[in-house]
Design a protein around this ligand. Structure first.
Ligand code: AMP
Ligand code: GLY
Length: 421
């Protein structure tokens, strides 16, 4: 089969890696890709917002299956567009993708189908929001409505922090803001819960825990994700059943009642309080960096999974997993998630001694004149699998120290809740 992956992060490098292991694949493309995907696939430098050019490339290159990695093209309807042009594509359509594209869309589903979530209010005017906040309990959570790469969420400790958040959102820091969400702060532990759904049936993917805050101890600004581990320490059969019954099934039903069928990965960002799940947000794709920790645990051919999903045949597929503990540390550019510089050379990558249980996935990198340069805030993902999270973390840190990239920083405490308790 000829396969094309769309995206350019660590998630897409991990997807390319697992696809490249499949004997069914004769050719792999990645649009636009990074310096890591380039070693496994042919990178094609197209803008992922330009659906027409992508379609032309896919037709000209006789691509059999396309996998969409990131949320933006999904939310903008790339799956509808490609399917209408007879391309086989893995990912949810535009209506379903609003689960990620619009927080108010998801909150309204929660209300209608009784899905446990934080209490919330939706506001359209700055003055009304501030009036409401004057009489609220703190901390409180304030969110921009659209896509904001994990950064449009504020946890405000008092009225003055909340005012700043409201001003920033309405002043357009995350794009034009028509709505703002104010929500109760849930003081629990987070878990990323993944399923894959073919429109008729779904299978569980593994769970993970992600560290979104930039500083150790989960302090500081929100980022796209500084590291993750899989499986989550919180999951148990009883909790899993509650998540499926109270959150996943009603959501799939809601989508079905809109005349649509959910196809693709669905990622529920949950807060767990006393073994009870609350939905914080949905994403309509794999998590990044969760994907980089989960995919190396797969025993089943990823292409078989994507095909079964597109052919509505997941029911007959048994997805098998390795038992190891997988942990990922993200090496970032100094200054991220605020200002940082690009085009800093990364040498030494070829000198690292990787075992078969170590993986380096590229995120913000590019290759120019045989040199690898940084090209983003999150630059490289170091993933290790072993029989314990502690050993996996040690391995990942050792590799990062061996790389010794001067413009980089990373959190040494990824997995602290499960390792250091
Ligand atoms: P979101 O983009 O909605 O996933 O929010 C980003 C992060 O903010 C989450 O991963 C949580 O760490 C935190 N967060 C969001 N909503 C809440 C909430 N209601 N209570 C506590 N923390 C939250
Ligand atoms: N790791 C969080 C996300 O992918 O949204």
């Amino acid at each position: 089969m000829i396969i094309c992956v769309i995206g350019s992060g660590g998630r897409e490098h991990a997807i390319c890696k697992m696809i490249s292991l499949s004997p069914k694949v004769s050719k792999l493309y990645c649009i636009p890709g990074n310096a890591g995907t380039q070693q496994l696939a042919e990178n094609i430098n197209l803008n992922i917002d330009n659906f027409e050019k992508i379609l032309k490339f896919l037709k000209d290159s006789k691509v059999d299956l396309v996998i969409i990695g990131p949320e933006k093209p999904l939310v903008n309807g790339i799956v509808d567009y490609l399917e209408n042009n007879n391309i086989k594509v893995f990912g949810p359509k535009k209506i379903s993708s609003q689960l990620e594209g619009s927080k108010t869309f998801t909150k309204n589903i929660c209300k209608k189908y009784n899905i446990p979530t934080a209490n919330f209010g939706i506001f359209e005017k700055k003055e009304n929001t501030l009036n409401f906040l004057k009489n609220s309990k703190f901390p409180i959570v304030i969110k921009a409505d659209g896509l904001a790469a994990g950064k449009g969420v504020y946890i405000s400790k008092n009225f003055s922090e909340a005012t700043e958040a409201v001003n920033e959102i309405f002043d357009g820091k995350f794009g034009k803001a028509e709505k703002i969400l104010v929500e109760e702060f849930l003081n629990g532990e987070e878990m990323s819960f993944f399923i894959i759904c073919d429109g008729k049936n779904f299978k569980l993917f593994k769970t993970a825990q992600d560290h979104k805050r930039v500083n150790e101890g989960d302090e500081g600004k929100n980022t796209g994700g500084m590291g993750a581990y899989s499986p989550s320490g919180l999951i148990n059969k009883n909790l899993e059943n509650k998540i499926i019954e109270k959150i996943i099934l009603p959501t799939l039903k809601a989508i079905e009642e809109m005349g649509e069928k959910y196809k693709g990965f669905l990622y529920a960002g949950l807060m767990i309080l006393d073994n009870e799940p609350f939905l914080i947000e949905y994403n309509v794709r794999m998590g990044d960096p969760e994907c980089q920790t989960i995919l190396p645990l797969l025993k089943t051919d990823l292409i078989d999974i994507f095909n079964a999903c597109c052919d509505q045949n997941l029911e007959n597929l048994n997805i098998k997993w390795r038992e190891e503990k997988s942990l990922c540390i993200v090496l970032c550019s100094k200054g991220y998630p605020e200002n940082f510089i690009n085009n800093v050379k990364i040498d030494n990558l070829n000198n690292l001694e990787l075992s078969s249980n170590d993986f380096i996935f590229h995120a913000g990198t590019k290759e120019e004149k045989n040199e690898i340069l940084s090209n983003g805030g999150r630059v490289l993902n170091f993933v290790s699998l072993s029989s314990s999270f502690k050993v996996s973390r040690k391995r990942a840190i050792k590799l990062i120290n061996q790389l010794n990239w001067k413009n980089g920083f990373f959190r040494k405490d990824i997995g602290f809740r499960i390792i250091d308790k």
